[in-house]
Ligand binder design. Structure first.
Ligand SMILES: [Fe+2]
Length: 133
């Protein structure tokens, strides 16, 4: 996965979450650029930690609204978020292994595109019906 660019087709119909997703895509893009520029791993670690912090913030924001509005697929969605948290945690712990930074880049780009298109988009109608755009 080389390029990750937010496009209208990724809109989940909730402005706040689209904004978060755009920022996550931008940070993954920066990570990929840095990876390809052969900079020191230290910078990748720093960026990854910033990215992961922002992702944590975003996942929690979605989960808060699931609870607040009584989203019927809350449990399933949180389970998937927890799967992400566990996987990225494992990858971060493997920092320094050969090829790990590329693996992180591929995982992040694939996961976010899939998650938005297949899972996040399921909440669009629910949130819109509850007055959240
Ligand atoms: Fe999500």
């Amino acid at each position: 996965m080389a390029n990750i660019v937010w496009l209208k087709k990724y809109s989940v119909g909730v402005e706040e979450f689209d904004f978060h997703h755009k920022k996550i895509f931008a940070l993954i893009g920066q990570y990929g650029d840095l990876l390809r520029s052969q900079e020191k791993n230290k910078m990748l670690d720093k960026l990854l930690s910033e990215l992961n912090k922002y992702i944590d913030y975003h996942l929690a924001a979605e989960e808060e609204d699931f609870k607040k509005y009584g989203y019927p697929e809350e449990k399933m969605h949180i389970k998937i978020h927890n799967g992400f948290r566990a996987k990225i945690g494992d990858l971060i712990e493997r920092a320094g292994e050969p090829g790990i930074y590329k693996e992180v880049d591929d995982f992040l780009a694939d996961w976010w595109i899939n998650h938005i298109l297949k899972i996040d988009k399921k909440y669009t109608k629910f949130f819109n019906d509850h007055g959240l755009y």
